[in-house]
Design a protein around this ligand. Structure first.
Ligand code: HEM
Length: 366
C-alpha cells in the first residue's frame, strides 16, 4: 500500500514537473497565426449578433469590442477595443503589396542608375584650371553631412525593420536577428527626431538659393544636358537640384517627419488606425525618399566628376563652376552672393593732389 502511494506521489510530481514549463511556455505561442485567429473571432462576433453588419462609417455598427470606426468612438481609451479590424488590412498591405512594390523599386532603381552610367555615362569633364572657388561654407557642409548621415542611418535601420524578418532572419537565426532588429529599432527611434531637426535647419540654410528662376526652365528643356553631355546655363543650383530640395528634402522630409513622430511618440492618444495610416505613409515616403536619394548621390559623385569635392572641401575648380553653374560663376567673380546684390564697392582713397570734388548742390526739400 505504502509502495503504491509513493509511486502515485512520484507520478504526480512528474506530471507537475512536465506541466509547469508548458504553462510558462503557453504565451506567446510562436506558431500562432494571429491574423487568422482574429479573423475567426470577428466572423464569429458578427454571426452572433444575428444582424447584418452596417457599413464601416455607420454609427449603428459599433460593437464595442470591434473597432469598425477606426477613430475613437470607444470611450476614452483604445483599450476598449479588443479586436481591431484595421490590423488585418494593415498586416496584409504592409507585408504584401507595399513590401513587394517598395522592394522592387529599391532593387530596380540602382540597377537603372548603373545601366545609365554604363551606357550614357557621366557628365562631360572640363580640363581643370587649378584655381579654386568657394562654393559651400563650413556651416553648409556641417548641416548637409549631419542630415545625410542621419538619413543613411534611418534608411538602413528602417529597411531592416521592413525586410529583415523575410531576408535576414532565415540565415541569421532568431538569436542573432533579434539583437540586430532590437538595436536598429532603437537606432531608428533615436535618430528620427535628430533627422527632423537637421531637416528643418537644412531647409532654412539652403532656402534662399533654391527659389526657381526663369533660366531653370531652359535647363529643364535641355534635360539638364544629362544625355547630350552639354552644360545648360544654371545659377547657384540647377533645376534638378532645386527639385530635390523642394520634393525631397522639403515634401518627403515633411511626410517622413510627421508620420515618424506619430509613430515614435505613441503617448498622445493616437488610435491604432492612426498608427497604421502613419505607417503606410512612412513606408511609401521612405521608398520615394530613398530612391530619390540614390539619384542625388549618383549625380553628386560618379555622375558629375568634380561635384563631390564641393561638399567635401567646400571649394570647386573654377572650370567646373563655369561649366556647370555658369551664371553663379559670373556672379561669384563679381562678388555677388547667390540671389543677392553686388557688395558695395569700398570708397577709393582720394588722390594726393586731386582737386576737391564739387560740393553737391542742395536739392529741393522733399
Ligand atoms: C527620411 C528618413 C527615414 C526613412 C528612410 C525611414 C524609414 C523607415 C522604414 C523603412 C520603417 C519601417 C516601416 C515598416 O516596415 O513598418 C520605419 C519605421 C519607423 N520610423 Fe522611420 N524613416 C525615416 C525617418 C523617420 C523619422 C524622422 C522618424 C521619427 C521622428 C521615424 C520614426 C520611425 C518609427 C517610430 C518607426 C517604427 C519603428 C518601430 O517599429 O519601432 N522615421 N522608418
Amino acid at each position: 500500500m505504502r509502495a503504491n502511494l509513493s509511486v502515485l506521489r512520484a507520478m504526480l510530481a512528474l506530471m507537475v514537473a512536465l506541466m509547469l514549463p508548458s504553462a510558462f511556455a503557453a504565451v506567446p505561442n510562436n506558431r500562432a497565426q494571429p491574423a487568422y485567429a482574429e479573423e475567426q473571432t470577428m466572423l464569429q462576433v458578427e454571426a452572433d449578433t444575428q444582424r447584418g453588419a452596417p457599413g464601416l462609417m455607420s454609427s449603428q455598427s459599433g460593437h464595442v469590442h470591434m473597432d469598425r470606426h477606426y477613430l475613437g468612438q470607444y470611450g476614452d481609451s483604445e483599450g476598449n477595443v479588443i479586436v481591431q479590424r484595421g490590423g488585418n488590412t494593415w498586416r496584409y498591405l504592409r507585408n504584401g503589396p507595399m513590401a513587394a512594390i517598395a522592394g522592387t523599386l529599391l532593387i530596380v532603381v540602382p540597377l537603372l542608375i548603373v545601366l545609365f552610367y554604363n551606357t550614357v555615362g557621366p557628365a562631360r569633364e572640363e580640363p581643370r584650371s587649378g584655381r579654386k572657388l568657394q562654393r559651400f561654407s563650413r556651416w553648409d557642409m556641417q548641416v548637409h553631412w549631419a542630415t545625410a548621415i542621419s538619413f543613411i542611418a534611418l534608411a538602413i535601420s528602417g529597411l531592416v525593420l521592413t525586410f529583415g524578418k523575410k531576408i535576414m532572419l532565415p540565415w541569421m537565426g532568431h538569436d542573432a536577428y533579434s539583437w540586430v532588429a532590437y538595436i536598429l529599432k532603437y537606432v531608428h527611434n533615436f535618430i528620427g527626431p535628430l533627422f527632423v531637426l537637421c531637416s528643418v535647419v537644412m531647409f532654412f540654410t539652403f532656402l534662399r538659393r533654391n527659389f526657381f528662376q526663369r533660366v531653370d526652365w531652359q535647363w529643364v528643356k535641355e534635360g539638364g544636358g544629362l544625355v547630350s553631355h552639354k552644360h545648360p546655363p544654371a545659377g547657384y543650383f540647377n533645376a534638378g537640384e532645386k527639385a530635390w530640395f523642394w520634393l525631397g528634402v522639403t515634401l518627403l522630409g515633411l511626410v517622413m517627419s510627421i508620420s515618424g513622430l506619430v509613430l515614435n511618440f505613441v503617448n498622445f492618444g493616437q488610435t491604432r488606425y492612426v498608427l497604421q495610416v502613419a505607417n503606410y505613409l512612412h513606408i511609401i515616403g521612405a521608398t520615394f525618399y530613398i530612391i530619390a536619394a540614390m539619384g542625388h548621390i549618383y549625380i553628386g559623385t560618379w555622375g558629375t566628376p568634380g561635384a563631390y569635392e564641393a561638399m567635401r572641401h567646400g571649394t570647386v575648380d573654377e572650370a567646373w563652376a563655369k561649366a556647370h553653374h555658369s551664371l553663379w560663376y559670373e556672379q561669384a567673380k563679381q562678388g555677388i552672393a547667390p540671389g543677392g546684390a553686388p557688395p558695395p564697392t569700398p570708397p577709393s582713397p582720394p588722390a594726393p593732389h586731386a582737386p576737391a570734388p564739387p560740393s553737391p548742390r542742395p536739392g529741393p526739400a522733399h
